[in-house]
Write a protein that binds this ligand. Structure first.
Ligand SMILES: *Cc1c(COP(=O)(O)O)cnc(C)c1O
Length: 366
């Protein structure tokens, strides 16, 4: 083994890299397909793109790119949007950045973090990159088992990662149950409530978790502009927490972690509720259509509150390959311990139609 490799920190060497959804350009190269003919339903991106207002704000910002970013205005907009003080807000280069900031503040060798099996892959990655120990707790019907997670907390545990809804399973913890569990956690344990898919939760199941911050000093809520706001490529998100935790996160944050274009677009996106509503309505309608189609094909899917659905497909790896050959990219979940499942992002009606036709072909050829 090369010395440069063997001398690296052992906990870094043991990390398995994040596996992103296959890029459209890569599939086009591999199978000689036209880029425009490919349907990508693999990374939970918004099929409507971003709000036209956000796009306009970004174009208007181009001439300001010679200057370092000033994140004051977005912080102020987020503060106003959630009726919170600005000192409680941390901006991130995507919410992934925020997860890493939390890990850097609270985790190191000799400490541990708790998360559920089949939870978002970044929790393990962010934990391992600090040298802390991962405590993975068995799932309950593919979702977080809160009682088991609480029971797994040790004296050296400093972070509990919770995604609600969870990715890649789409499972959702009802808020009454979640809040009661959070109240039972020891105060030295930071709870990260990752709400990347918050906007997609049906109105009758919504709760204002931001209000919980006034009662739970150890809570960090993360939100992102990557999903319902359609800005995954811009890399911007935020955390809402106590002033003390925000202060600590800001100490380890790169001074200019969010770029000018992302800041300008995010301010405009927060101001375009109509776009969010359009995106959520399309998602609900197409989710119903996909679920019905899965039922007709005799496939079981996991009830999802996100902008994606995870379906059980026997011989999922072969079906995935057959989909790729037809120019349709979905997400295989073997890396999440779910080798018989595929995760499909809810696309535009015509994209979902393409996917379903390709799926039927793939199932017939199996
Ligand atoms: C997509 C996603 C995120 C957001 O990632 P960004 O870094 O903001 O693009 C965070 N958490 C979960 C569970 C996700 O699925």
């Amino acid at each position: 083994m090369e010395l440069a490799y063997s001398e690296a920190l052992p906990y870094v060497r043991s990390i398995s890299p994040y596996q992103p959804g296959k890029p459209i350009t890569e599939l086009a190269r591999e199978f000689g397909l036209a880029v425009g003919s490919i349907v990508k339903l693999a990374s939970n991106e918004n099929p409507l793109g971003m709000s036209p207002k956000a796009r306009g704000a970004m174009l208007a910002e181009i001439d300001g790119l010679a200057r370092y970013p000033d994140d004051y205005e977005l912080k102020r907009s987020v503060a106003e949007h959630h009726d919170l003080g600005m000192e409680r807000i941390v901006l991130g280069n995507g919410s992934n950045d925020l997860l890493e900031l939390i890990a850097r503040v609270y985790l190191a060798s000799g400490r541990s973090a708790v998360f559920s099996r089949h939870a978002f892959a970044v929790y393990a990655l962010a934990t391992q990159a600090t040298g802390a120990e991962c405590i993975e707790v068995a799932a309950h019907e593919f979702g977080h088992d809160l009682d088991a997670m609480l029971a797994a907390v040790r004296a050296d545990t400093r972070v509990v990662w919770i995604a609600n809804p969870n990715n890649p399973t789409g499972t959702f913890l009802p808020y009454a149950e979640l809040k009661s569990a959070l109240r039972r956690l020891p105060e030295q344990v930071i709870v990260v409530l990752d709400e990347a898919y918050n906007a997609y939760i049906p109105p009758n199941e919504q709760a204002d978790t931001v209000q919980w911050l006034h009662e739970l000093p150890n809570l960090v809520i993360t939100r992102t502009f990557s999903k319902v706001y359609g800005m995954a490529g811009l890399r911007i998100g935020y955390a809402l927490t106590s002033a003390a935790i925000a202060d600590l996160m800001n100490r380890v944050r790169q001074p200019f972690n969010c770029n000018n274009l992302a800041l300008a677009a995010a301010i405009a996106a927060l101001d375009d509720q109509a776009f969010v509503e359009r995106s959520v309505a399309l998602n609900a309608q197409e989710m119903t259509r996909l679920c019905t189609a899965f039922g007709r094909l005799g496939l079981d899917s996991i009830p999802s509150r996100g902008n994606f659905i995870t379906v059980r497909v026997p011989k999922a790896a072969a079906v995935n390959l057959a989909l790729l050959k037809q120019g349709v990219i979905v997400r295989p979940l073997a890396g999440y311990g779910m080798p018989d499942h595929l995760r499909v992002t809810i696309g535009l009606a015509e994209e979902n139609t393409r996917f379903l036709a390709a799926l039927e072909t793939a199932l017939r050829g199996r």
